[in-house]
Design a protein around this ligand. Structure first.
Ligand SMILES: [Zn+2]
Length: 456
C-alpha cells in the first residue's frame, strides 16, 4: 500500500461558466414523495449476443430514492425527475432490480459534507432554499442551476446514497454497485454550485472512503461528456485519489471550459485529463483513451476502490453532448475499469445524460456488467479506426503524464522506438543500461534518448 493523504493546500481551479448552454428538454412533472420499497437479492444469469455470463457471486448494490424526484424546475430543464423514473422502470422491467441488493437511502451528514465543501457553500444552498420557499417558486444559483424548496434535502440524499453504497462496498458487504442519484455532482466546487450540481457526490464519497474508511487509494473515472471541474478542484491536492476525466473540450469552448491536458493537479499527475478537440467521437476513441491512458495509469496506481462518475451525455442520441458512444460501450468501459484492480470494487454514480431512453439503457448495461456479464471486443481499437485528432490528443496526454507515470513513459519509449524503426529501419535506443525494458528510470529526457545511425 502506498502512502496517502494531503499534499499541499487545496486550490481553486480556473473555471469558466456557461460556455455551452444545455438543449431544451421535455417539461418536468411534479413527482410523488412515496419512498421506494426495498427488495432483494441475487446474482446475474442474464446473457446477450454480445456478452457472456460468468458464474458470478457478485453482490451488486443499487441505491435510489423516489424522493430525489422532489428536486425539479418549474420550467423545462434537461436535469429532470423523469431521468430517475426511466432508469428505474427499465431496470425493473428487465428483472435487474430483483438481481441486485437494494440499499437503504440516507442523507449525507454535515461531517461528511464538510470533507468537500465549505460551511459557506452549505449556507448558500440553504439560503437559496429559503428564497424558494419565500417566493413559492424555484430560484436559480446560475442561469442553468435551479433550486426549489426540496433541493437541499434531495442533494443531501444524493450524496448520502452514494456514500452508503461506497461504505458497503468497502466493507465487503457488496461487491460493487450503482447509485441512481440526482442532482448530479461533478461540477459542484468546494464553494460553488454550478452545472446542475449542488453538492459533489463523487468527491464527497471519495473523501469519506479515504478519510473515514481507511481506503488507501481511490481512482475516480469520469466519462461524462463535460469535465468534472468540481471533482478535480476538490481533489486537487490529494495524492491518494486519482481523478481521470475524458471529456469534450474544444480548446475550452465546451462547458465548463476546464480540463486541459496541462491541468495535472497540485499533486502532480493525480489529475489526468483527456480533452477531446472535436465532437462526434464514439466507441473507438473512448476505448483508445482507456487503453492508452487510463489503464496503464490505473495498473500503476493500483487503486483499492474505483468510483465512476457515470455521465451518459457522451452517448449517441444525447441532446447536449454531441458525442456518439454506444450503449454497449459503457459496459465495456465498466469492465475495463473493474478489471484494473484485484478486488474489483467499483461504485458507479449517475452524473449527466439527458435522453431518458439512452440513459436507462446505458445504466442497464453497466449494472449487468457489475452483475458479472462479460463483454467481448473491448480490446484497444486499431489506429486507423480512431479519429486522427483523438489520437493526437491522447498522444499529447501521454507525453504530459509520462512525467509522472512510469507505465506511460514505457509506452512512449516503445511507441517512439517502433516509429523510428519504421522510419529508419535500424534505429537503436540508447540508455544507461542499454536495456529498454528494464531501464525505464534511465530516461530522464525521452526526446534525447534516441539515436538513429541512419539519420545521423
Ligand atoms: Zn455532463
Amino acid at each position: 500500500m502506498g502512502s496517502g493523504g494531503l499534499r499541499g493546500q487545496k486550490k481553486k481551479s480556473d473555471t469558466k461558466e456557461d460556455v455551452q448552454s444545455p438543449a431544451p428538454a421535455a417539461p418536468s412533472s411534479k413527482p410523488t414523495s412515496e419512498p421506494v420499497v426495498l427488495t432483494a437479492v441475487g446474482a446475474s444469469d442474464a446473457s446477450s449476443n454480445e456478452t457472456s455470463t460468468t458464474a458470478s457471486s457478485s453482490k451488486t448494490g443499487i441505491v435510489f430514492d423516489e424522493r430525489m424526484k422532489l428536486h425539479f424546475a418549474a420550467k423545462k430543464h434537461p436535469e429532470r425527475p423523469e431521468r430517475l423514473d426511466a432508469i428505474i422502470d427499465l431496470l425493473r422491467a428487465e428483472g435487474i432490480l430483483d438481481k441486485c441488493i437494494l440499499c437503504k437511502s440516507r442523507s449525507v451528514t454535515d461531517n461528511e459534507l464538510c470533507l468537500a465543501h465549505s460551511n459557506k457553500h452549505m449556507e448558500t444552498v440553504s439560503e437559496s432554499v429559503q428564497k424558494s420557499i419565500d417566493r413559492e417558486a424555484d430560484v436559480y444559483f446560475t442561469n442553468d442551476t435551479y433550486c426549489n424548496k426540496d433541493s437541499a434535502t434531495v442533494a443531501r440524499m444524493s450524496a448520502g446514497c452514494l456514500i452508503e453504497l461506497t461504505e458497503r462496498v468497502v466493507r465487503g458487504e457488496l461487491s460493487n454497485g450503482f447509485a441512481i442519484i440526482r442532482p448530479p455532482g461533478h461540477h459542484a466546487e468546494r464553494e460553488k454550485v454550478m452545472g446542475f450540481c449542488l453538492y459533489n457526490n463523487v468527491a464527497i464519497a471519495s473523501l469519506v472512503a479515504t478519510e473515514k474508511l481507511a481506503v488507501h487509494r481511490v481512482l475516480v473515472v469520469d466519462w461524462d461528456v463535460h469535465h468534472g471541474n468540481g471533482t478535480q478542484q476538490i481533489l486537487d491536492a490529494m495524492n491518494n485519489v486519482l481523478y481521470f476525466s475524458v471529456h469534450r473540450h474544444e480548446d475550452k469552448k465546451f462547458y465548463p471550459g476546464t480540463g486541459s491536458i496541462d491541468e495535472v493537479g497540485s499533486a502532480k499527475g493525480f489529475s489526468v485529463n483527456v480533452p477531446w478537440a472535436e465532437k462526434g467521437y464514439g466507441d473507438a476513441e473512448y476505448l483508445w483513451a482507456f487503453h492508452k491512458v487510463l489503464l496503464p495509469i490505473a495498473r500503476e496506481f493500483d487503486p483499492d476502490l474505483v468510483i465512476i462518475s457515470a455521465g451518459f451525455d457522451c452517448a449517441a442520441g444525447d441532446p447536449v453532448g454531441g458525442m456518439n458512444v454506444s450503449v454497449e460501450c459503457f459496459g465495456k468501459l465498466t469492465q475495463l475499469v473493474r478489471d484494473t484492480q484485484r478486488e474489483k470494487k467499483v461504485v458507479m454514480a449517475l452524473e449527466g445524460g439527458y435522453n431518458t431512453e439512452v440513459i436507462s439503457k446505458a445504466t442497464l448495461t453497466c449494472v449487468k456488467t457489475l452483475l458479472g456479464e462479460e463483454w467481448k471486443n473491448d480490446d484497444c481499437p486499431l489506429e486507423d479506426e480512431v479519429a486522427p485528432s483523438a489520437r493526437q490528443t491522447v498522444k499529447d496526454v501521454i507525453w504530459t503524464q509520462s512525467q509522472y507515470w512510469k507505465n506511460l513513459k514505457q509506452q512512449l519509449v516503445t511507441d517512439l522506438r517502433l516509429q523510428l524503426e519504421l522510419s529508419h529501419g535500424s534505429c537503436v535506443l540508447l540508455s544507461n543500461k542499454g536495456n529498454m525494458r528494464s531501464g525505464q528510470d534511465q530516461f530522464p529526457g525521452l526526446e534525447n534518448s534516441f539515436a538513429c545511425p541512419s539519420s545521423g
